[in-house]
Design a protein around this ligand. Sequence first.
Ligand SMILES: CC(C)(COP(=O)(O)OP(=O)(O)OC[C@H]1O[C@@H](n2cnc3c(N)ncnc32)[C@H](O)[C@@H]1OP(=O)(O)O)[C@@H](O)C(=O)NCCC(=O)NCCS
Length: 159
Amino acid sequence: MTINIRPIDREHKKQIVAITSALENNLFNPNPPSSNESADVVEEWILNSKRKPMYRAALMDNLVVGIGGAVEKNLDGYGPFANIYFRVCHNHTGQGIGKALAIRGIEEAMALRLTCLAITRANNIPAIKLLESLQFRPIKCRSPDLEKSQIVFELNPVP
Ligand SMILES: CC(C)(COP(=O)(O)OP(=O)(O)OC[C@H]1O[C@@H](n2cnc3c(N)ncnc32)[C@H](O)[C@@H]1OP(=O)(O)O)[C@@H](O)C(=O)NCCC(=O)NCCS
């Protein structure tokens, strides 16, 4: 089935909040957000949805099945970068959706010559495998903004 990746739309807010806050989609997150916390974050994404790069929604048959892409961020001890993020509804994993979202984010970040980083947990094997399949490599990053269990992956920086 075709994966359609498009800017986040207010009409999909409820579905996106459900994906970002569901415990099944946060198995490696020691502090999963509540629905209300997710709603605040998603609202900010919607307000910034015209920004480039920005997180996008992945749709299949008009159903939101994942969220992700890139957002420009700053990490103390590293500097500005594009944060590559992906979260796929647990019912739809294993179909290439996470990778498609990451690739879209990488393309948008590279067009702006931003280095791509992804921050995940050391035990999040699905996320690590996805990143490795796109040639991300772990780097040492001692930022005070990071929790102990978080690790940073980098795609070859833009020369
Ligand atoms: C991580 C996540 C996004 C993967 O999404 P997905 O749509 O299932 O992944 P894809 O189908 O696109 O697979 C991408 C690659 O990762 C590999 N992969 C994905 N899940 C895997 C798993 N559980 N075990 C081993 N490899 C896995 C796939 O084999 C594939 O590799 P390939 O392209 O070389 O064949 C999904 O599991 C998820 O949303 N997890 C919860 C949210 C999360 O932890 N996000 C990361 C926050 S930093």
